[in-house]
Write a protein that binds this ligand. Structure first.
Ligand SMILES: [Fe+2]
Ligand SMILES: [Fe+2]
Length: 169
């Protein structure tokens, strides 16, 4: 069954939001590189890749459901980055916004009785729990670290060890 026009529009918006997320993570990656925190920068680069994979999940779903893709302009990240903590707090705020958007998609799919969207949206519901938990932990650890440069460098090493995942998880 083809996707409804309402859901098609909402999924197109979500593709834009995921790509805007990717763009924001690239800005954070650049900032952290400039701050001489290559591990955190690498973590953000992987995050940017993941967001692109997320966009493609919606992209392919809309096409599989005989929908139309209409790509829109991607807004500039507009982040004011001053410290590693500000970058990860920006990330957390962004993920919370994405979670709200996924919840709205779920509500819309329910209104439209589009149960075929549920498996995809369920994947994203779980993914957002993980995203918020991961970033939330880093934010809390950066708060603990405060002005301790040694601890900051240790966390940078740890985050730099993150491996890419195939599924965008
Ligand atoms: Fe995402
Ligand atoms: Fe995300």
């Amino acid at each position: 069954m083809p996707i409804s026009k309402k859901l098609e529009a909402a999924f197109n918006d979500q593709i834009n939001l995921e790509l805007a997320s990717s763009y924001a993570y690239l800005q954070m990656a650049a900032f952290l590189d400039e701050e001489n925190l290559p591990g955190m920068s690498a973590w953000m680069r992987l995050q940017a890749e993941e967001e692109r994979v997320h966009a493609m999940k919606f992209f392919d779903f809309v096409l599989d459901r005989e929908g139309h893709i209409e790509l829109a302009a991607i807004t500039a990240p507009g982040l004011s980055l001053t410290t590693a903590l500000s970058a990860f707090e920006g990330s957390l705020g962004h993920e919370q916004k994405v979670t709200a958007a996924i919840n709205n998609l779920y509500a819309l799919a329910t209104d439209e009785r589009d149960f075929a969207s549920y498996p995809l949206l369920n994947w994203f519901v779980e993914e957002q729990i993980e995203e918020e938990a991961n970033v939330g932990l880093i934010v809390e650890q950066l708060k603990m670290i405060g002005d301790d440069r040694t601890a900051l460098l240790m966390l940078d090493r740890e985050l730099g060890a993150r491996q890419p995942s195939a599924e965008g998880e």
